[in-house]
Design a protein around this ligand. Sequence first.
Ligand code: NDP
Length: 460
Amino acid sequence: MADYDYDLFVIGAGSGGVRAARLSAMSGAKVAVAEEHRVGGTCVVRGCIPKKFMVYASEVAHQVQVAKGYGWSGFDDVRFDWKTFLEKKDVEIARLSGIYVRNLSNAGAELVHARAELRDAHTVELIGKDRRVTADKILIAVGGWPSVPEFPGSEHAITSNEAFHLPELPRSVMVVGGGYIAVEFAGIFAGLGVDTTLVYRGPNILRGFDDDIRTHLGGELEKRGIKLILACQHEKIEKTPSGLLSHLTGGMTQTTDVVMFATGRSPKISGLGLEAAGVAVNDEGAVIVDEHSRTNVENIYAVGDVTDRINLTPVAIREGAAFAETVFRNNPTTYDHECVPIAVFSQPPVGSVGLTEADARHIHGQVDVYKSTFRPLKQTFFGGEDRTMMKLVVEAKTQKLLGCHIVGDDGPEMIQMAAIAIKMGITKPQWDNTTALHPTAAEELVTMREKFVSPDLGAG
Ligand code: NDP
């Protein structure tokens, strides 16, 4: 081996980079990790974790309504203090970030607080440190960054990055986009009492999810007070004395305190030196990798959101682990990107694994569909409005379960378990052979016996 400063240099201390660095270092490699922001990456610092805290904070409003339904009282003066929440949230994020730092150190990896840029396939410049280092292997794990379309006034819009640090809770917000972040933040704001409008360019939110789930969730969001404006886009944002005036297609206008764009995230490759190292990217700027997360440059690898495969924390972690196994443990390992369970922490949340009905029909032809929409027991007690929806998609010929989709309380918790069975290739008779657990909402999953017959499709 040529004489390099490190066996592995990781750029980016997020979920994927940290896992790869730790496992590689624990295998005996000399490893350094560079991070220009706080250690922990999107998930810990400005994504999953602070977002989940916001969801928890926000859900309390709904729980208060449930509590009233069960006979509790004394909520007349119930209030939420945004600043208190932010302070506590920041303390907890700092604690979690500290754990990441300690884990790296305990594994024997060196952490460099600096921006790193590639100068060639083995050389990394540490900006502001007046230092260049070389490494045998380089792992790019820089993640993604919110992208906002350019139009007049788009500079007035915030993204999720800023939403975690708003100095004041706005009175009104317009959230733009129909994906994960948009529906999650619309729910957060609405729960916290903010007058919330969700604007999406398509006909139905959460493109790519099962159509029934999308429609059902849209209805539930409206019940929670979120105004949905569909098939509509921004033309202009004007700053006025009363707030931000959004001009939408079709001549519609609305003024809100805040406009938040959640219109996707792009690989964070700007200025990274990928050209200097000869690393190829696709049209969207994602680093192109093979099944071992190796780029077109023999010694450079990439994992996580920068590769734009499935942009989820556990996926980045598994890609990072597979990289370390392959490169530093002499155990070529690939991560299977099939059948990854997904959750949207909207209110109510969505849990989903496997194929949508539309994709299943496209791939497998005939499928059996089972669906159930019901008022959960907790709600029936006081006449609550929430409705849960569950759906199973089964290959007609083999009876193999292809997909399971849930909108409702604890949907993500249930889907983790469903994912085990579906990944193992369970059939519907085997699934149904599981005894229901009573009284739960989950029992409905194993008691759906009647095939849904679509009026359009007929049986099958
Ligand atoms: P998504 O890709 O999920 O959604 C982006 C949304 O913005 C889509 O509805 C898209 O519309 C819309 N959009 C894109 N470009 C424009 C535009 N120019 N004008 C108007 N609307 C536009 O991205 P997010 O930002 O919500 O999240 C990024 C990723 O982060 C997710 O894909 C997911 O992988 C991850 N994530 C996961 C979470 C979880 O696991 N719970 C939570 C948050 C994020 P269209 O559908 O028409 O393309």
